[in-house]
Design a protein. Sequence first.
Length: 217
Amino acid sequence: MAKPLYEGSKIELTPTIARHYDRIMNTISFGKYDRFIRRAILDMEISEDDEILDLGCGTGKNAALMADHIGESGRITGIDLSPVMEKRFLEKHAGDQRIEFQKQRIDIPFSIKKQFDKVLLSFVIHGFPHDVRKRILENATASLKKGGKLMILDFAEFDMEEMPWHHRLVFKKVECIYAFDYIEKDWKEILGSHGYENFKEQHYFRNYARLLSAEKK
Ligand SMILES: C[S@@+](CC[C@H](N)C(=O)[O-])C[C@H]1O[C@@H](n2cnc3c(N)ncnc32)[C@H](O)[C@@H]1O
């Protein structure tokens, strides 16, 4: 793998981690990841005809779960920069005409001109420097219809110092440096300044993870 675009970031996974990503998540969550992600996707309140953009879509696991909630007229577009993820996503969704993949970066203006009902950022945006996160948000916002929902499934806001020591140890060891300032930020305020309102949030995993939904004005 080439040098990561942002020093210290772990969000561009190595090919080996990318290949085994779903299994690794299930292992480090003591087998709870599957149940958690199913719950979170249910909480997205997906409608049958929703058109959904999944930024940094990874293996296509989330797309597979979302596909259970859309009907024939619904659509899912996954975007990722990793060739390993591209392969896994395409294998998983071969033959499903409702689901497509585009290989591109989400941190530079992208070529998709279509607008979606929902844009999902699942465990992606925390892994970038803050000025880059703003560019990702601009892309997400430009890709949403008016009244469409941005869904950020990621770490919640919490104080690392208040974590039990063994949780803090794992968090510090596993996560990239950018996650540490991500959890300190007021994301409703940030999204408010990007033109969002009507926030809704659900918490999971002892409040360490959150689905934050925001409506584009
Ligand atoms: C931690 S994984 C999360 C995958 C998926 N969203 C999930 O929840 O299972 C982060 C994903 O973001 C992708 N990624 C990292 N940097 C990216 C970038 N600049 N543009 C597009 N995708 C990126 C990685 O290849 C990886 O698939």
